[in-house]
Write a protein that binds this ligand. Sequence first.
Ligand SMILES: Nc1ncnc2c1ncn2[C@@H]1O[C@H](COP(=O)(O)OP(=O)(O)OP(=O)(O)O)[C@@H](O)[C@H]1O
Length: 276
Amino acid sequence: MLRVEDVSFAYGDHQVLDRVGFELGTHELCALFGPNGTGKSTLFRCILGHLSRTGRVHVDGNDTSRMTAGRLARLVAYVPQEHRPPFPYRVRDMVLMGRTPHLGGVFGPGRRDQEVADAAMERIGVAHLADRSYTTLSGGQRQLVLLARALAQETPVLLLDEPTAALDFGNQLLLWQTVRSLTAEGRTALICTHDPNHVLWFCHRALVLGRDGRLVADGRVADVVDDELVTDLYGPVSEVAAHGQDRVVLPLDRSSLANRDNPGANRESVLNSARR
Ligand SMILES: Nc1ncnc2c1ncn2[C@@H]1O[C@H](COP(=O)(O)OP(=O)(O)OP(=O)(O)O)[C@@H](O)[C@H]1O
């Protein structure tokens, strides 16, 4: 569904992406992760044609460089890392903008477009915000509205750039579960995230972008995310541990942290010395 071949890009003489290539099929939920500044957002912008890169990008078998913006927007929805619109649109209208690539000729949104936008807001849990101005929302609420807009776009491919960054824990889980169910229904999702646990718990596949702008790993999450990888990426600060059927990334040296920082333990030792 999404094929990226040999994509390279530089900001001036700063080479950011170096011959990046991968192919994602339908039903695939793929994480894109790696240290800060390695080029993950840049890769999204190259896929979308916002930046002029070398290499090729195909969606649904078609070369995106030969597509109109409207055709590409019927195939790929994008949720950027940050978004501040210049006008205080109502949330309902923001979500309805996701329908723009589907509108024909001079006609505005029709009944079906309204229904799709309403269903997207319901599914993401932002229907109660429909009449609020987008610019008055919190960062997390804005992120959810952008996800609803991407859903309303009804594209086979979703590109989400750190979509959980401003969300509370419950909404993070809601987002991942929603994207899981969207991919189960047949969509393809590429999600940039910094949380290796989210990759372990929710994703089928992982692409890891290294500091040299190359993909350093690409494969099933179970094969890719291990101690060696997290140490390479983040230094000797964490480990991958078994937790029942699952695996979790935990900070190393938790016992010394607990002794130093656990106020309960300190209180206990103060109480003990007072009793003596
Ligand atoms: N407009 C720009 N002009 C020049 N350099 C840029 C520009 N945008 C990004 N960069 C640089 O390109 C590199 C990749 O940036 P990018 O935002 O793609 O990284 P990222 O992997 O998404 O980072 P993060 O995880 O911190 O969000 C960084 O070194 C960044 O400083």
